[in-house]
Design a protein around this ligand. Structure first.
Ligand code: HEC
Ligand code: HEC
Ligand code: HEC
Ligand code: HEC
Length: 496
């Protein structure tokens, strides 16, 4: 398939081939809507294309030089194919470990294992919404993230419509054409979190049974780091040309990563709490206990040792009862401060903690209540932060706050890792503004990367399962006091 800018007619024929007559009808509707006469928004019909449909020279393969410039570099497929594990997500189910897990769970054929496909590819209920280019083996393909709708895929690629489509606002592209606005930090995080944390409504949940059958431990999630380490196949706002920034409604002075970090951490907390609340409600209705995958894994799975710092910590709750996962609240605390919310997160955390201690393995009804409250808090914080431009000094201030946070003993490895991931977003040049010298920052970050295993499996040769073997040892060995003592030697960038 060819869709080069200079081969209009050939490409039109090709794309009409791909999209059928709907492509032609679409041209008419695009002209209308570009003039603001669009119809009131109805739910758009779904259509799942395969990634191959986007991997075309002149589209998202091999890069392009166009005048006026396009919104993207045109080599996204090359980057994706070379490095992005999402392209291997289905293969994970048919590899040695995947087959072993499926067998232990008695799930049989991976193509029919809906509970796995929800995250490792996509569950498509009706053949009618499967485009002929769709292949399950492509894993998490382009449209799973960018929007599975024919309307935008056609409009942005057909030669006759794409110039008009390109200059539409992000909002119009989303509401009228179904192209998900992944520039919006809250929307991006909700999408990633649906698979990297879980989503009850979408049938995405790694149960304790799946873990016990061998599924790697999901490692906690921080959207800015995960976006960077996918690795990112897009340009950051500051890397784009001014005319492109303007079309997309960005300003070059935005602190993109800081905003993503803060809004993202609030949305991450919201999504974790929604998953917990929904699972707890369902357990409560069925008279079952909470699925153990929702509680803090290491609290049950650590070795017995003497002396034990856990015995000190247990004074907070009932000795021997399992707490909730702590990591989702780590960075959300900062988001709350920046949003200047009147309601503090602390009491909500205590309420959830108490609900998990109320009886062995938690009281599902109380857990659901507390988790819903925390989800609402996080939702308000995310909205508050999304609505206002960030103070231009946010970057350095946030860096200093993060370093200071490390001085409070983190209760577990995953929580400490959240702070570590956030710090990797700071470049030496930015820390220089705070008076931290480059070698000092580089050596601190270098050690943080090792201590907290901050690098995700890179590229399609790495494997989360392999990586997690190493991380497990670190999770077990983590000692909050030890981490705290090490953080005290971090570069000092604040005055007290
Ligand atoms: C909620 C989403 C979700 C569900 C449901 C899920 N997985 Fe996963 N799976 C993931 C994520 C995310 C990773 C990467 C883990 C990481 O980052 O460490 C992963 C990793 C894996 C890996 C390791 C891949 C590698 O390259 O090393 C295997 C194998 C796997 N999953 C199999 C399964 C099977 C089999 C099922 C169904 C029983 C399943 N998964 C259900 C999200 C999910
Ligand atoms: C796991 C989710 C995910 C998958 C899968 C994915 N993308 Fe993206 N993509 C993103 C995010 C996030 C962005 C950044 C925000 C945006 O541009 O909307 C992005 C940006 C882009 C951009 C804009 C580039 C720029 O510089 O602004 C293009 C083009 C693109 N993706 C194409 C593709 C293609 C082609 C595929 C399949 C081969 C694909 N994407 C698969 C998440 C994804
Ligand atoms: C439809 C489910 C799904 C969505 C949506 C999704 N991911 Fe993933 N992601 C996965 C699975 C499954 C894997 C593991 C694939 C493998 O290794 O086989 C993965 C792997 C990754 C990895 C590789 C390292 C690791 O720890 O596994 C990164 C980084 C990542 N995803 C980031 C993102 C980001 C950022 C977004 C949102 C823009 C996102 N993902 C959206 C399912 C998803
Ligand atoms: C309430 C306590 C509890 C919590 C919380 C818990 N588990 Fe388990 N887990 C158990 C018990 C009990 C078994 C069964 C004992 C066995 O097989 O050795 C088990 C078995 C396992 C196994 C298989 C046995 C093994 O050692 O390999 C894995 C893997 C596992 N859990 C992972 C996890 C992960 C990952 C989490 C968090 C997402 C988690 N567990 C949370 C209690 C718990």
């Amino acid at each position: 398939m060819i869709c080069r800018l200079d081969t209009h007619w050939r490409s039109l024929t090709v794309w009409v081939g791909v999209f059928g007559l709907a492509g032609i009808a679409l041209l008419g509707s695009l002209r209308q809507e570009a003039h603001g006469q669009g119809e009131a928004s109805k739910p758009l019909p779904k259509l799942y294309f395969g990634s191959q449909a986007c991997a075309t020279a002149g589209c998202h393969e091999k890069g392009q030089v166009a005048n006026p410039p396009l919104l993207c570099r045109g080599d996204e497929w090359d980057r994706f194919k070379a490095h992005d594990r999402h392209g291997d997500a289905y293969k994970a189910l048919t590899g040695e470990l995947g087959i072993a897990i499926l067998k232990r769970l008695n799930f049989g054929d991976p193509q029919k294992a809906k509970a796995c496909l929800a995250c490792h590819s996509v569950n498509i209920e009706k053949d009618a919404i499967k485009h002929e280019t769709f292949q399950i083996g492509e894993g998490v393909g382009c449209v799973v993230c960018h929007g599975a709708h024919e309307k935008w895929v056609g409009a942005h690629s057909l030669v006759l419509s794409r110039a008009a489509f390109r200059i539409l606002s992000r909002d119009k592209k989303e509401t009228e054409y179904g192209m998900t606005d992944l520039w919006d930090p809250a929307k991006r995080t909700a999408l990633c979190a649906s698979c990297h944390i879980g989503n009850h409504a979408e049938g995405k949940f790694v149960t304790h049974e799946m873990y016990a059958a061998g599924h790697p431990i999901l490692p906690g999630f921080e959207v800015a780091t995960f976006s960077e380490q996918m690795p990112r196949h897009w340009q950051l706002i500051r890397e784009k040309l001014p005319e492109v920034q303007k079309i997309q409604g960005h300003s070059a002075s935005e602190w993109e990563e800081s905003q993503l970090l803060l809004v993202g951490s609030a949305v991450t907390l919201r999504e974790s709490m929604r998953l917990l609340a929904k699972q707890a409600e369902s357990a409560s209705l069925k008279g079952e206990m909470l699925d153990w995958a929702l509680l803090d894994c290491i609290s049950c799975h650590h070795d017995l040792r003497l002396p034990s710092w856990r015995q000190e910590q247990a004074r907070l709750g009932k000795p021997g009862r399992v707490p909730p996962k702590n990591w989702p609240t780590t960075l959300a605390l900062l988001a709350g401060e920046w949003a200047q919310t009147r309601e503090a997160l602390g009491p909500l955390k205590s309420e959830l903690f108490a609900a998990t201690q109320a009886r062995p393995f938690g009281d599902p009804q109380k857990v659901a209540l507390a988790a819903n409250r925390m989800a609402d808090w996080a939702d308000r914080v995310a909205k508050e932060l999304s609505g206002k431009p960030l103070n231009p000094t946010i970057g350095p201030k946030l860096g200093a706050q993060l370093l200071k946070m490390g001085l409070n003993p983190s209760p577990d490895f995953d929580s400490a890792r959240q702070i570590g991931w956030a710090l990797t977003l700071y470049r030496a040049e930015e820390m220089a503004l705070l008076g931290v010298k480059r070698p000092q920052w580089d050596s601190f970050l270098g050690e943080a990367k090792t201590r907290l295993a901050l690098k995700l499996p890179f590229g399609r040769s790495g494997s989360p399962a392999e990586r997690n073997k190493e991380i497990l040892a670190q999770q077990y060995a983590f000692d909050p006091e030890n981490f705290f003592r090490w953080m005290q030697n971090a570069p000092k960038v604040w005055k007290d």
